[in-house]
Write a protein that binds this ligand. Structure first.
Ligand SMILES: [Zn+2]
Length: 216
């Protein structure tokens, strides 16, 4: 197949081979923890939206296996009173960024994860059809960690390299596409800081792919 001059398909960004990512939807940097809670994206749909979420189980508590159990339908309702209210839900996200910045992937980015629910972005409903959903382990009013912001910026840069339709205007929070129903990632999420970190990590900005304390 002929490649245009602007084709970055074989490029590596933050250790991810963009061509392979487009073909498999699997992030090499993530631990794979497959969830059954997904389906195919509608025929002809384009990935063109990033949705940032937050979750902690039990709410406000970090660490533990519960988020992974929740997204894989393995949460024990008797382990915590809150769990009994959600254990039957069938939901997922494409990936989770833990407090230490490590990434767990549940659903191929090519598939339709069940993260947004009833939702609308700029007049288009059913955001799950065309979005990638990233969860941060956290809570609306507790600051997210620098490690999480760094991983999210790297992940976003990789995603936008593979799917350039995810423009800077097409990154949003769950609270913004499901207002009145969802509040995550909440006021604690630093959108200006996150957006500024993306400028620094643009693909083609070589400093982003080298150790920071290099000769530059
Ligand atoms: Zn959410």
């Amino acid at each position: 197949m002929p490649h245009s001059a602007s084709d970055h398909s074989s490029a590596t960004v933050h250790g991810e081979n963009i061509k392979a990512l487009r073909e498999t939807g699997r992030l090499l940097a993530a631990r794979w923890c497959p969830s059954p809670n997904y389906g195919p994206r509608p025929e002809g749909s384009t990935i063109n939206l990033l949705v940032v979420h937050s979750i902690s189980l039990p709410p406000g508590q970090f660490g533990g296996p519960y988020i992974e159990q929740f997204f894989t339908n393995d949460l024990n309702p008797s382990e915590h009173p809150y769990f009994s209210t959600i254990a039957d839900m069938r939901v997922s996200a494409h990936a989770l960024i833990r407090r230490n910045g490590s990434v767990v992937q549940f659903v191929s980015l090519l598939e339709r994860a069940w993260h947004a629910g009833r939702s609308s972005f700029q007049g288009v409903d059913e955001c799950n059809d065309f979005s990638i959903g990233i969860e941060l382990e956290g809570a609306d009013d507790i600051p997210y960690t620098p490690e999480q912001y760094r991983s999210l910026a790297e992940l976003t840069t990789v995603i936008r390299s593979a799917w350039p339709a995810v423009t800077s205007e097409r990154m949003t929070g769950h609270c913004d596409i499901a207002p009145g129903r969802k509040t995550d990632p909440g006021p604690a999420f630093d959108w200006p800081g996150f957006r500024a970190s993306l400028q620094e990590a643009q693909p083609g900005n070589h400093s982003a792919e080298r150790p920071r304390k290099g000769a530059e």
